[in-house]
Design a protein. Structure first.
Ligand code: GAL
Length: 664
């Protein structure tokens, strides 16, 4: 199993490198990622390449048995290049050029940037093509991080070409976008705009197409890098470090051209939540893992794993003793085949002076180093059980970037977010140890017993057919409010709701509305009464049967939750956002239709249990995300492969403790 750190030898004197390599080896580190921000060091002046320093670092590391992932350095174009071609810099929504001085300062459609990207990637791959210590490549760094949208004139030109390929004629574009509204009709391709700042909101179809175009631009830009590397090293293994729940780029498309995917896992991050209460965080981190695994339907790497307090301007908190280990095992439980910490040693300069690595600024090995070493030792011991083990889910949740973007453009109800709804459903399964795959709209649904598509506002024929075929052959499907309301071009359907999904779900929507933000209405399923927020659909059922109703307002007695028999399967509809209490009852009803493989371990709140499989044997990861001792009940006694001991039915787990259990 690969175990490592992100290493920046260019930040430290050469005399230090061997000491680092030795310390790494002692901590069982066998891989580093390097060079993804080292363009100015590898090509200090145009065409003058300098790889001696990197050769030397790689040689030293290899003496200690440490392999290398090389990153292409394109997330930070050097100053000489920007000075020569200032048009590489991206332009913001106000038409202002963003300056040099941080990172990701490039337009993905800039021709000059493409040429220089090819040159540096070619130079690196040519130089390292025979170096067997370089075992993988990473493209760029975190595509879609920061504001990865450009509105420059060249992007506009490229956007017009993209649109022409998509719509063929300007008439089709006008029809699709409905530009008759507010007199926006375009007479020719050259008059089409990009959505720079206007007096007020732009046309939603234009906005969606611009998001798609930008996403495609980065996918294409990455493909160019991949093709360059593969041309020179056909057998190369290429990855990219994704960012969990980020949504600027359609990750399914970005993953398509890669050999495997990786992601950067910072569970306790000061840009998000640095709470001590980690049970608030664990489900969301689990979801990010599952999102990453779903991109290629295969295991992944963690290319940056938190190893200390995060921080740019403000500093996050230390991971408590044992906490890093817990997050590491959660990563492995959800499909990580490699753990690489960010970063080896904390930088003494630059924006990330407070983003701590394994070692502090002074490089004295302290608690975090010792924990890394112990985890490394442990992983070596158990890798024969866990390496290559896979999650096998029977439930899938659909995450569609196109649909997420539609809600980003028009949240419908103030503060509503597509991902928050998805998380509600995800959390239901998370709390019950039911493994979930996160998949795309076009994926094969047949392997799942249950497919849930929250926020499926936009569908097309192909997607509707995929869903319909799945249900007809016996699948159980659930979707939620606004399903099928829009066409794939982000215009409203002029047919009645639910558009292409109407027959499948077997209902009509009589009327709908937003629930005022911060307010709730009452809903009822069976005898249970709970609350709902953000949206209400008043359902009129055709072939479907009503299972839940509204209780307040003029809606009293009207349906929001239905089920329809369709082919050999069933389609459920939830026309509002129920609170957890009602969601639990709804899902309880849905799960009665299917039988999921039981996990022989009963958990308590905030003890996560994940089942993986290796060579048809089950492995259970039991992770205590509580700050207190907790326990789980096993159906039978098992072996804990971490301690090698047999554990009995009532298993106590200390705070932040991990158990990995196999059957005897
Ligand atoms: C990641 C990024 C790294 C580093 C780290 C800490 O998002 O890939 O290069 O910036 O965050 O900020």
């Amino acid at each position: 199993m690969f175990y490592g750190a992100d290493y920046y030898p260019e930040h430290w004197p050469e005399e230090r490198w061997e000491i680092d390599a030795k310390l790494m080896r002692d901590a069982h580190i066998n891989i580093v990622r390097m060079a993804e921000f080292a363009w100015s060091k590898m090509e200090p002046k145009e065409g003058e390449y300098s790889f001696e320093w990197l050769d030397k670092a790689i040689d030293i590391l290899s003496k200690y048995g440490i392999k290398v992932v090389l990153g292409t350095p394109t997330a930070a174009p050097p100053k000489w290049l920007i000075d020569k071609y200032p048009d590489i810099l991206p332009v913001d929504v106000n038409g202002l050029t963003m300056g040099f001085g941080s990172r990701r300062h490039y337009c993905p459609n800039n021709h000059n940037y493409h040429e220089y990207t090819k040159k540096i990637v070619e130079a690196m791959t040519e130089h390292y093509k025979h170096n067997s210590n370089v075992i993988a490549w990473q493209t760029d760094n975190e595509f879609g991080c920061h504001e990865s949208v450009c509105y420059c004139d060249n992007c506009l030109k490229t956007f017009r070409i993209w649109l022409k390929e998509k719509y063929g004629t300007i008439k089709n574009l006008n029809d699709s976008w409905g530009t008759i509204f507010w007199s926006q009709t375009y007479n020719d391709w050259d008059s089409v705009i990009s959505p720079r700042r206007a007096v007020t909101s732009h046309n939603p179809s234009l906005l969606l197409d611009y998001k798609r175009f930008m996403s495609d631009s980065f996918v294409k830009y990455q493909k160019m890098q991949i093709e360059t590397i593969k041309r020179i090293i056909p057998s190369s293994q290429i990855t990219h470090n994704f960012m969990g729940q980020f949504n600027q780029i359609d990750y399914y498309n970005l993953a398509r051209d890669l050999d495997f995917v990786s992601w950067d896992n910072y569970p306790v991050i000061n840009f998000g939540d640095i709470t001590f209460n980690i049970k608030k965080l664990s489900a969301s981190v689990a979801l990010s893992h599952d999102i990453t695994r779903g991109l290629k339907k295969q295991n992944f790497w963690v290319m940056e794993h938190q190893s200390g307090p995060t921080g740019w301007e403000e500093v996050g908190r230390q991971l408590r003793p044992g906490e890093m280990r817990l997050w590491v095992y959660q990563s492995i439980a959800h499909g990580a085949d490699a753990i690489i910490y960010f970063r080896w040693r904390t930088s003494t300069s630059g924006t990330e002076e407070y983003w701590h690595g394994i070692l502090d600024h002074d490089a004295v090995p302290r608690r975090r180093y010792e924990e890394v070493r112990l985890i490394g030792e442990e992983l070596k011991r158990i890798e024969k059980y866990v390496e290559g083990s896979v999650v096998n889910s029977e439930v899938a949740l659909i995450r569609s970037f196109d649909n997420e973007w539609v809600f980003e453009i028009q949240p419908h109800a103030h503060g509503f977010r597509y991902m928050e709804q998805l998380k509600k459903y995800y959390n239901y399964f998370y709390k019950r140890n039911i493994q979930v795959d996160i998949i795309n709209l076009w994926d094969d649904l047949r392997k799942y017993k249950l497919v849930i598509a929250p926020g499926l506002i936009m569908v097309n024929d192909e997607i509707a057919k995929n869903i319909s075929d799945y249900i007809k052959q016996g699948g159980v499907f659930l979707t939620t409010f606004r399903a099928g309301a829009k066409r794939w071009d982000n215009r409203m359907n002029s047919t009645s709701l639910l558009g292409d999904l109407k027959d499948i779900v077997g209902i009509d929507i009589d009327e709908y509305g937003a629930i005022p933000t911060g307010e709730e209405i009452s809903i009822k399923v069976g005898t249970e009464i709970g609350k709902a927020s953000f949206w209400y659909d008043v359902v009129k059922f055709n072939t479907a049967k009503v299972l839940g109703t509204y209780e307040s307002e003029y809606l009293k007695g009207r349906g929001f939750f239905t089920v329809n028999n369709y082919g050999n399967g069933k389609a459920y509809y939830v026309g509002t956002l129920p609170n957890d209490k009602i969601l639990q009852i709804i899902m309880g009803k849905v799960l009665k239709d299917i039988s999921l493989k039981e996990i022989p371990i009963k958990r308590k709140e905030s003890v996560e249990v994940v089942r993986k499989i290796k060579e048809s044997k089950d492995i259970y990861f039991v992770l205590n995300f509580n700050n207190e001792e907790s326990s789980v009940i096993l159906n039978k006694s098992m072996i804990d492969i971490l301690s090698g001991q047999q554990v009995e039915k009532n298993l106590h787990i200390k705070p932040l403790e991990v158990r990995i259990l196999i059957e005897k």
